[in-house]
Design a protein around this ligand. Sequence first.
Ligand code: ATP
Length: 354
Amino acid sequence: MQVSVENVVRTFGTTPALYGVSLDIKPGELVALLGPSGSGKTTLLRILAGLDFPTEGRVLFDGEDAAKLTVQERNVGLVFQNYALFRNMTVLDNIGFGLSVRPHARRPSRKEIKRRALELLDFVQLSGLEARYPSQLSGGQRQRVAFARALAIEPRVLLLDEPFGALDAKVRRDLRRWLREIHDKTGHTTVFVTHDQEEALELADRVVVMSQGKIEQIGTPDEVYDEPNSPFVFSFIGESSVLPVELKKGAVLLDGRKIGLSGEGLPDGPATLFFRPHDVAVGSDLQGGIEGIVSITRRNAGARRVELEIGPDGDRRVEIELPANYKLSISGRVVFLPKHYRIFPDTAAETATS
Ligand code: ATP
């Protein structure tokens, strides 16, 4: 199902939680709402679910105004972080719950509900656990039951709020892979909320990056990582190193000296250079290289992290990543240049890229 969010504003008292959010989700797409705490992710998800309503704007399900649909007509499957299984019901009854409370005319027979619940239990790879109670399951198993319960109603959209939030790192990774497989098999339009960028980048077809009630960028994982459109997205997704620079007629100046990067098309004035620590070239023969003095180095898995002091007073610090066997010493000099970078003028929204 196609879901469209049109200029949605949601205020709580005088506090706006969403400011004019617009978003189109294609049928069958797996979309992540990613952002820091308080950015409005859960508010948007709750509005999609029909648990909350926009102050302004609207949500369309396949072109139909969702405000006109009852919760049952919306038919969304919900999975929350805290499982929210019924403790006094078996796994089987939990999964069948959504079907068993349907109005009489649309309710399948008890036998049929049991058959579907068992089928779903098998689908989420928990066959044999139907008679258990939630307290007799691990966190990961409970979350899979919660998925099966959400899928049982054959939802038009699946909405997941930090579905793996309460689980440990290894179980999270396993369930991520599992969710992607389930999604590819069922083809449900799915929206999930996460503040974990790794989860969003690994799982989603498209990532919606949110900050302070607004959408900062919508793109594929590659787009938001490789072409972040704002300082916020660059800093929030992946690691970034940052240096203040000056732009003058397309040249980029650091401490008054021209460096080997281009600020073509950008207005003159103060700006900020962003790059990924691992995406740098090093060597004293680099044209217009940036010089730094090594202050700290540490081994980081297969590579070496190096903190450099920049400028005559060494008052700015950046981190770069070099091969683990790169020879350097504390207080030694390193010359580097980012291979890919973005420059954001401090006052305008324009950027230069490479
Ligand atoms: P988190 O990752 O911490 O769950 P979030 O991105 O999901 O954060 P929301 O829960 O959507 O953020 O909250 C967005 C803003 O709206 C926050 O400032 C929050 O305090 C406010 N807010 C959310 N729900 C309510 C409410 N019922 N009443 C008042 N303010 C609310």
